[in-house]
Write a protein that binds this ligand. Structure first.
Ligand SMILES: [Ca+2]
Length: 491
């Protein structure tokens, strides 16, 4: 679909070859701009009439990168690398960009009050100002720093934070400040040749539970596979282990490589015993019924799984399928779609969140060797035909603890046991992309007893972590590192 749109854009570009340099002083034509916006890639991300969809509305009242014509033209022409595919604006002429800006301006001026409200709601609102009153705790949201297109954060025991940027840098937040220089010599993936929407060189970062003794930090990077992978997967994920000494990555070892489908998920989490878990995506496929032979159900493949790895990259001999003929020995659980969030509770049980196909986002209690159903069962729908009911149950396949529809596009999950918010202890926090919400979930056994929206429409929440100070930290796709602080706490 997106490729078709991009093709359409190329055709349109050649139709509009009229405007060459010097830049015309004539204002744009809103009618032409509207047609171009609808026919090109813009509408696919920013929604019909620029009202906002997976990407923000473009009708104000505020703009992250400026709402004057010069800033808008810069946003459209240059886009926002390296996180995303180019928005397509670099292929447009100045006249075409002026036309689109004229369309956005005239549309913004003629919105009904309802449309204006909807457009504003389809933009991230950022950290709320003042005290937020939730069901059982009151808090404020602090913005600590801003980095470029982050994927993950991880705490060192002393409270410093490591942040991995998708462009390929590891940043350090030390003593309340972001160090200006990235970690020197840190491993770096490569986005060259990646075809997907979000292209990421570096993804997850994790700190060994025994860091105080061994100093080990783990980083997951991605690159395009050269030559065929055994499973026909386009990417290679690499898990690196190293130490950070005086701002430099040292003692680098590649402990494991495996082929991957996209740079979604691939989040690493350690359990208390020092086993490393990684969720691998198998989402590039519509739900179509059946699916018993798809990769996520195939134990010989690494995709659509949660993997369990020893801290040196070797296979734990108590993994559930080590003795199964042909099985990929790292598989811990299977039938996952996009397991982008993993967390362990106090008793060491593993929980995950994953995006459904269209509705059916899941929060799962993950147990050794179990099958979580994708793409045989889902509470979501196929993308092309909403009317086609999905299969929701199957013998031998697990049900989610929570299933969301419509999809908030869940991102990460964090079990909370900190001291700063006593009434939140024993809850799970779940972040989301599309809805930009932070949820709190409580469970009894495998039944959810509460799903509360703690924050609404903040921003695309990418990764959540509890600090050694017991505060809840998260990082957004816009690069903001935020934390929740008890309202009563003084500074
Ligand atoms: Ca499932």
């Amino acid at each position: 679909m997106r490729q078709m749109l991009a093709g359409g854009l190329a055709v349109l570009s050649s139709l509009y070859l009229i405007a060459a340099a010097p830049r015309p002083v004539v204002a744009g034509d809103p009618g032409r701009g509207e047609a171009l916006f609808a026919a090109s890639s813009c509408q696919g991300c920013h929604g019909k009439g620029a009202m906002g969809a997976t990407s923000p509305s473009l009708l104000g009242p505020d703009w992250r990168h400026g709402g004057d014509p010069v800033s808008l033209a810069r946003s459209i022409r240059e886009g926002f690398p390296p996180q995303m595919l180019p928005m397509g604006g670099h292929e447009l002429t100045n006249q075409q960009i002026d036309d689109i800006i004229a369309f956005l301006k005239s549309r913004a001026a003629s919105l009904t009050p309802e449309e204006r409200l909807r457009a504003a709601q389809n933009r991230p609102q950022g950290a709320p100002k003042g005290v937020v009153h939730s069901a059982v705790e009151n808090f404020r949201v602090e913005v600590l720093t801003n980095v470029s297109a982050p994927y993950a954060l991880a705490f060192l025991p002393g409270g410093s934070i490591l942040i991995s940027e998708t462009g390929g840098a590891v940043r350090q937040f030390v003593g309340g400040k972001l160090l200006p220089d990235p970690v020197i010599d840190a491993p770096k993936g490569d986005i060259a040749g990646m075809k997907q929407w979000f292209r990421r060189a570096n993804l997850s970062i994790a700190v060994h539970p025994d860091y105080a003794r061994n100093g080990w930090v783990y980083l997951l990077t991605a690159r395009t596979a050269t030559g065929a992978t055994p499973d026909g997967l386009p990417l290679i994920a690499t898990i690196h282990r190293g130490r950070i000494s005086k701002g430099r990555w040292v003692d680098e070892t590649r402990i494991l490589e495996f082929p991957a489908q996209t740079t979604d998920s691939l989040r690493m989490k350690f359990d208390a015993q020092g086993f490393l878990y990684v969720g691998t995506p198998f989402s590039n496929k519509d739900y179509a019924g059946g699916g018993e032979h798809e990769p996520a159900q195939d134990l010989s493949r690494p995709d659509g799984k949660i993997l369990r790895i020893r801290d040196d990259g070797s296979v734990p001999q108590d993994n559930p399928f080590v003795a199964a003929a042909g099985a990929y020995p790292y598989v811990w659980s299977y039938g996952h779609r996009e397991p982008s969030g993993l967390t362990f509770d106090r008793s060491g049980e593993l929980w995950n969140v994953e995006d459904g196909p269209r509705g059916g986002d899941e929060f799962n209690h993950v147990r050794k060797g179990r099958n979580y159903g994708w793409p045989v069962i889902t509470w979501g729908h196929r993308y092309d035909a909403v009317a086609v009911a999905s299969n929701t149950e199957h013998e031998g396949m697990e049900q989610p603890v929570v299933s969301w529809a419509p999809s908030p596009a869940v991102s990460d999950v964090e079990w909370y046991d900190g001291a700063a918010f006593p009434r939140w202890r024993g809850s799970f926090f779940v972040g989301s992309f599309k809805q930009r919400d932070l949820f709190r979930v409580t469970v009894e056994g495998d039944r959810a007893t509460l799903v509360e929206t703690v924050l609404h429409n903040v921003d695309r929440i990418r990764d959540i972590a509890t600090g050694p100070d017991g505060l809840v930290y998260f990082i957004t796709d816009s690069g903001d590192l935020m934390r929740l602080v008890p309202a009563a706490r003084r500074h």
